[in-house]
Design a protein around this ligand. Structure first.
Ligand SMILES: [Zn+2]
Length: 435
């Protein structure tokens, strides 16, 4: 056989194997949805990790349950459990790792299906986490199991992890595991995160983010004589006004090589997350009136998303110089700037081995051209990149990104089967080498 014929034969065998596991893939996804791993607070992590461990042990994976003791949110009542399953093929070679977060966000209102029922209707499985990202987790498991069944003595190793807390920053999940060395390039060489990015798209990374707090200060006085005080809210109004005139238009003009989706996010953006000034909001059952005071403090929290062309120092400096401009123009303007949290942008090279392997998988399994995208918001790749120092990492998985966190979230069964084929082809490519 020629190498191409051999590759075609392997892919055909994998595609047939996965098609035959369709019902199992549906049942697995339903089982995962029925474990209500809400975060916050971080419910049922141990249950889902034990479920995944039992499942993958049957295919010869060695499993490790790891609790991220002492990380944010970890407690006896809500322990931060993670599971890592690894199967060695018996010959030396690279390790391909599929990482999925096990947590889901709250259900919210407006459901017509039971959010934890895993109902199948019209070729879709409904439930909280169906697309983000239990469908992707299930697809990666079936892809790996099919691959192991067909080629049990492959070179290298396959890992599948289920990790905690992605929806709240990943500190009790991937960040903690990376600190323990589980995502070091010596141990793992290629990572696929099956987040719902659509089955023909490869997500190379994400924009950066900086959260910061701005405070303006004033002086309290009686509200009937505001000239005796100094209104912190009016100072903050000047900040907002300066943002409208100079900052927002400048951000909208900033171009990037990052293929961010959706289009509106293909630039720098900033959200004013919250703005508080003056008296605190009363309790809902308080029936009285406010007292007459001049606000002596106002506080704004900003959520600035930035591009690979920008540096964190410049993002910070741009806000501070805006505040300095306001200060130069306003009498008695005083402010504090405090950075709360920052994550650098990351974008894996389109030449990276995992990108190439998934590209070829998409072409073979779906007969279409893969599309490269970048996520507007961050996900666990940030920890794999920064703490793990592992660069060969992408997100690829079934499901429609826009459905994440919405009511009546679903994942399409055909899409899961298709992306499981792509993942199995990519495994074959990365472990057996390109034919
Ligand atoms: Zn997700």
């Amino acid at each position: 056989m020629t190498e191409t014929a051999e590759l075609g034969g392997r892919q055909h065998a994998l595609a047939t194997e996965i098609a035959g596991r369709r019902d199992d893939l549906v049942a697995l996804t339903q089982d995962l949805i029925r474990i209500p791993t809400l975060n916050p607070p971080g419910d049922f992590y141990q249950d889902i990790c034990e479920y995944l461990a039992r499942r993958l042990e049957k295919s010869g994976f060695e499993v490790k349950l790891l609790r991220a003791v002492g990380t944010p949110g970890d407690s006896e009542r809500h322990p931060r459990w993670n599971v890592i399953c690894r199967r060695e093929g018996g010959r030396s070679g690279p390790c391909v790792h599929f990482n999925s977060h096990i947590d889901v966000v709250s259900t919210g209102a407006g459901w017509t299906f039971d959010p934890f029922g895993g109902t199948v209707s019209d070729g879709k499985i409904y439930g909280r986490g169906a697309c983000d990202m239990k469908g992707g987790l299930a697809a990666s498991i079936v892809a790996a199991e099919a691959f192991v069944a067909k080629f049990p003595d492959y070179p290298g190793a396959i890992e599948i992890s289920g990790t905690a807390d992605e929806e709240t920053g990943g500190y009790g999940g991937v960040a903690w595991l990376a600190e323990q060395g589980y995502f070091s390039p010596e141990r793992v060489q290629h990572v696929i995160i099956p987040e719902p990015l659509n089955k023909d798209r490869i997500c190379l990374g994400h924009r950066g983010v900086m959260w910061a707090q701005i405070k303006t200060h004033g002086r309290i006085a009686h509200g009937s004589m505001p000239f005796l005080g100094d209104c912190a809210v009016r100072h903050m109004g000047a900040v907002v006004s300066e943002m409208e005139t100079s900052l927002f238009p400048a951000l909208a003009k900033r171009n990037t090589v990052m293929p961010v989706v959706p289009d509106g996010a293909r630039q720098s953006t900033m959200n004013i997350n919250s703005l508080h000034g003056g008296q605190a909001e009363p309790d809902p059952d308080f029936t009285g009136f406010p007292s007459a005071c001049v606000p002596d403090e106002a506080r704004m929290v900003i959520d600035r998303r930035y591009l690979i062309e920008e540096k964190a120092e410049d993002v910070r400096e741009e806000i501070i110089s805006l505040l300095e401009r306001v200060k130069a123009e306003r009498k008695d303007f005083r402010y504090d700037f405090e950075e709360l949290w920052q994550v650098s942008p990351t974008m894996t090279s389109v030449e990276a081995p995992v990108v190439k392997a998934v590209e070829r998988g998409i072409r073979s399994a779906l007969a279409c051209e893969p599309v490269h995208v970048v996520s507007p918001g961050t996900y666990d790749q940030k920890h794999i990149d920064r703490i793990g120092r592992l660069k060969d990492c992408i997100a690829y998985g079934p499901g429609i990104l826009d459905l994440a966190h919405q009511s009546d979230e679903y994942v399409g069964i055909d899409d899961m089967v298709d992306s499981a084929k792509v993942m199995a082809f990519a495994l074959d490519d990365l472990l057996h080498g390109r034919a």
